[in-house]
Design a protein around this ligand. Structure first.
Ligand code: COA
Ligand code: AMP
Length: 644
């Protein structure tokens, strides 16, 4: 086990002592943090190494996550404190809910779900825009022990269908539309299309009618959200919290895998609460009553954790923002929200700051906004490029904290622990492993490499509380995807290095996942879509550098012999096809017809070399290449589009 070394200037931080305390006795460490949670049956034991695939956390405890997020704060006198602020520049709406009001909304919606036949263990799919009802829906499921699966609004019908098929929800909660600055995204046609495609059919769909788009309802199946809630309130219906085992699933969140079939990450109730509480104290330093603004979407893990669950479990106030960093209405949008709601901590993706910087390089839009309560900016979701990070530091004059995690981890793995006392910053590194995470850098044979040497970033088992326990109904895929490569470790599929001070540097993925504007996407999934076009013989999608979004997908296609349709037309159809099958979030705008793809003699497509050519980087011609002249053809094709 590696202990990060004390680094110069870290004397005032409690980080090293805390990490050492966890290393010395993980059982006692986690049981101590677990005291911050209200259990129904408190844990006597933190970890059972014999249970589950790599062990299970809090195996003898029972609890309810919604009780911890709402009821206990009302019980303890926080009923009149604001729990949630909805701020929606795209619709002009603003609303505040106190803990007492939110409890009322959630308990009522939970009763509505029960009336629709939803019980403990049933799945409920949530396909919602950034409205307060999305948070109510998640908590209502948690309240009755149902397992939610939130699907991001930027995914298309087919992606939604795959998730319906896998999670088999009894009920789907949705709204009539999402509001993007440039257009209204009607959800109902996407949902109807998805249900049409999926073999599994939900018993009911509860639809929140938004004024921006009315939707027609399918008789018998679709219910009007507001009418159901109003009727339940009139009848005084409220659901009480249902006792669940700490190890019972709270949610399934689908994330890109290496094929078009997403992975259903399973999160439990007890460990999740404990780790979120730990990160609010140790990393984010947000205390009860303080305001956190996580500018993500409830459809991503960041939104699950830090828009909904963590701030509420902590008794803080959360801002749920329906807008963008720029254009709603200008690059001062975040500063306005911070000033208006007294935000202490902002959490977003680096791409948002690249967008702000591009439009307002001198930070003129900061003028006139009172940021006196603002204490720190947290960035995650993709590599934080040092230039953007320094720009944000200079502008905001607060610590800017890069931290690294994944949908699978459920909470930050590596970060600079503001709550324990900040450590010296090394630009390009999210800093050090948080207590609970034993992070190592391995060579291909699974041996630890020397400090500063690139390798695969892996985590020594067991994973801490809150990390995925398995993939939904697919233990075998969980084993094979994460645990088989390096026995005894979880393979993060990120590459990087750890320096002599124990600072971790994350440099990129080792699989075919790319990161577009902080959104995780599978190039394999996009290749499946391109290959489905009748004119395409073979294809390869690679993530190429993009100054704003970090990466953008670029699809190279070889057409079938005898195709008479013009390549320009086919390329347009391919762009439309990815948008239709995966969704606008894939941001697939670049399809390039080429005569051949570069391959090794054994037929492997040289995607990494193609990426280097597109990014204008030096590359070595692989010794195993079948025909090196193909690389020149790829370079020419890219130059034709002004790339490389
Ligand atoms: N529902 C429907 N469509 C959505 C959507 C949603 N919830 N979110 C995004 N889209 C659409 C966008 O409208 C865009 O469509 P377009 O091709 O018609 O323009 C497309 O998906 C791509 O979206 P995005 O990559 O987000 O680009 P953008 O140009 O709309 O915005 C940024 C660029 C940088 C402002 C934006 O990506 C951003 O704010 N990023 C923050 C990152 C983030 O929240 N990451 C989550 C993990 S922390
Ligand atoms: P997601 O599961 O969508 O949260 O995406 C996780 C992936 O995003 C990680 O495996 C990394 O590749 C990347 N990522 C997230 N945060 C960071 C970060 N701070 N630095 C570098 N890469 C990051």
């Amino acid at each position: 086990m590696n202990a990060p070394h004390a680094s110069p200037g870290s004397g005032g931080s409690r980080y090293h002592a805390t990490y050492a305390r966890w290393q010395a006795d993980p059982e006692a460490y986690w049981l101590d943090i677990a005291k911050g949670i209200d259990w129904i049956r408190p844990p006597q034991k933190a970890f059972d190494a014999q249970a589950g695939i790599y062990g299970r956390w809090f195996p003898d405890a029972s609890c309810n996550t919604c009780f911890n997020a709402l009821d206990r704060h009302v019980r303890d006198g926080r009923g009149e404190q604001t729990a949630l602020i909805h701020d929606s520049p795209v619709t002009g709406a603003k609303a505040r809910y106190t803990y007492a009001q939110m409890l009322e909304e959630v308990a009522t919606l939970a009763a509505v779900l029960q009336d629709l036949g939803v019980a403990k263990g049933d799945r409920v799919l949530i396909y919602m825009p950034m409205v307060p009802e999305a948070a109510f829906a998640m908590l209502a499921c948690a309240r009755i022990g149902a397992v939610h699966s939130v699907v991001f609004g930027g995914f298309a019908a087919k992606e939604l269908a795959t998730r319906i098929e896998d999670a088999q929800p009894k009920v789907i909660l949705t709204a009539t539309c999402g509001v993007e600055p440039s257009r209204i995204v009607e959800y109902k046609p996407l949902l109807d299309g998805a249900i049409g495609m999926a073999a599994h059919k939900p018993q009911a769909c509860v639809v929140l009618q938004r004024p921006q788009a009315e939707a027609s309802m399918t008789a018998g199946r679709d219910k009007n959200w507001r009418m159901l809630v109003a009727a339940a309130k009139a009848a005084g219906r409220r659901a009480e919290c249902v006792e669940v085992a700490a190890t019972d699933p709270l949610y399934i969140l689908y994330t890109s895998g290496t094929t078009g079939r997403p992975k259903g990450v399973v999160r439990d109730n007890g460990g999740h609460m404990v780790v979120l509480k730990a990160t609010m104290d140790q990393l984010f330093d947000v205390k009860p009553g303080e305001v956190m603004f996580c500018a993500s979407d409830v459809g991503w893990v960041v939104g699950h954790g830090y828009i909904v669950y963590a701030p509420l479990i902590q008794g803080a106030t959360s801002v749920l923002y329906e807008g963008k960093p720029v254009g709603t209405p200008d690059p001062g949008a975040f500063w306005r929200v911070i000033a208006e709601h007294g935000v202490k901590v902002l959490f977003t993706a680096p791409t948002a700051f690249r967008a702000i910087r591009k439009e307002d390089p001198e930070g003129k839009h900061l003028a006139g906004h009172d940021l006196s309560r603002f204490r720190a900016l947290f960035l995650a979701g993709e590599r934080a490029d040092p230039e953007t990070l320094k720009w944000a530091e200079d502008l905001l004059k607060v610590p800017v904290i890069d931290h690294w995690w994944q949908t699978e981890s459920g909470s930050p793995i590596v970060g600079n622990p503001l709550g324990l006392g900040i450590l010296p910053v090394k630009y390009g590194s999210p800093t050090v492993p948080l207590p609970g995470w034993d992070v190592e850098c391995l060579d291909e044979g699974g041996r630890q490499v020397a400090p500063g040497t690139m390798g695969a970033i892996a985590i020594k088992l067991p994973l801490p509380p809150g990390a995925l326990s398995t993939l939904w109904q697919d233990d075998e895929r969980f084993q094979q995807a994460y645990l088989e490569t390096y026995p005894g470790y979880y393979n993060t599929s990120d590459a990087g290095f750890i320096d002599a001070d124990g600072y971790v540097f994350i440099m990129g993925r080792t699989d075919d996942i790319i990161n577009v504007a902080g959104h995780r996407l599978s190039t394999g999934g996009m290749e499946e879509v391109l290959a489905a076009h009748p004119a395409v013989a073979e294809c390869a999608v690679v993530g190429i550098h993009d100054a704003l979004k970090g990466e953008q997908p670029c699809g190279f296609v070889v057409l079938k012999a005898g195709v008479t349709q013009s390549p320009v037309e086919i390329e347009k159809e391919l762009v439309a096809l990815v948008r239709e099958r995966i969704g606008p979030v894939a941001a697939f705008k670049l399809a390039l017809t080429v005569a051949r793809l570069p391959k090794t003699r054994s037929g492997k497509i040289l995607r990494a070399t193609m990426k280097k050519i597109a990014d204008g980087q030096d590359y070595a011609v692989p010794a195993t290449i079948e025909d090196a002249s193909v690389l020149g053809e790829i370079g020419e094709a890219l130059k034709g589009r002004g790339i490389g």
